[in-house]
Design a protein around this ligand. Structure first.
Ligand SMILES: Nc1ncnc2c1ncn2[C@@H]1O[C@H](COP(=O)(O)OP(=O)(O)O)[C@@H](O)[C@H]1O
Ligand SMILES: [Mg+2]
Length: 246
């Protein structure tokens, strides 16, 4: 359950993003406000081109807004320096991509250990943390496998372990189940849900109502603006009603 008494892990304030300029200008985000609390999983839904990926890349410090604020664990990414943002991305933010993005030449454990090593943790300690993160997700038996020796679902679960290793408390996932069959997709979502239940804050972009149903709250985007929000208690009716057709 979201812990709304604590400080939000992620705050987006009046966020706008204009891609391009002049005749090719695209208003990808038009004044987004969103707080995500520890323990909370927020699903973001909306048609293709509605700004979901733009929102997520800005929240993760991979893109910068045209105006507005992005605050992650008390750091304002819009005023922080490049080094500070890079450190925050290594320590506090985990990003899960649709196509897993594991490094093919590294084993599962090495992939998970990499962000810790990049952050200055010794190889030995990073390995121990990686194996612990994999064990927590019932993946430790795969620690020494390479990505091409794992199924898509296993690779995506390793990618989630990598996104959450160390003290990182914000996990951002852009259609993480996009390339998976629905049963495997459910297992990835169960994992994300359990990490949020353990105190992480999560934002999940998805097209699928059945995956969004794992969230505490569903935010619907259209043309770069939030057009609707629902909490879990009424998510089911909304998702099976008009919202599912969007
Ligand atoms: N790098 C970019 N340059 C120009 N336009 C972009 C860029 N990225 C996204 N857009 C445009 O911004 C809008 C929102 O895109 P996006 O955030 O990818 O939407 P979604 O993830 O919901 O499909 C779309 O109109 C898209 O074409
Ligand atoms: Mg997208």
């Amino acid at each position: 359950m979201p812990d709304q008494a604590s400080h939000p892990v992620l705050q987006l304030k009046e966020l706008t993003r204009v891609h391009g300029s002049g005749a090719t200008e695209v208003h990808a985000l038009r004044g987004i406000n969103l707080d995500v609390f520890p323990g909370e999983l927020v699903a973001v839904m909306g048609p293709s081109g509605s700004g979901k990926s733009t929102l997520l890349t800005i929240a993760g410090g991979l893109d910068t807004p045209t105006s507005g604020q992005v605050i992650v664990e008390n750091t304002d990414l819009t005023t922080a320096g490049r080094k500070q943002i890079a450190a925050l991305r290594r320590r506090s933010i985990g990003y899960v991509f649709q196509d897993y993005n594991l490094i093919p030449a590294l084993t599962a454990a090495e992939n998970v250990a990499l962000p810790r090593e990049l952050d200055g943790t010794s190889a030995r300690k990073a390995r121990a943390e990686a194996v612990a993160a994999l064990r927590e997700m019932d993946l430790d038996q795969l620690a020494d496998r390479f990505p091409d020796e794992m199924s898509g679902g296993q690779q995506q679960r390793v990618a989630i372990a990598r996104a959450l290793v160390g003290d990182r408390r914000l996990v951002l996932a852009d259609e993480p189940t996009g390339a998976l069959d629905s049963e495997t997709g459910e297992s990835v979502l169960a994992l994300l849900r359990s990490r949020c239940d353990a105190g992480a804050a999560g934002v999940l972009v998805t097209h699928e109502p059945r995956f969004a149903a794992w969230a505490d709250r569903v935010v619907f985007l259209r043309d770069g603006a939030v057009v609707d929000q629902t909490i879990r208690s009424d998510a089911a009716s909304l998702l099976t009603g008009q919202a599912a057709e969007r």
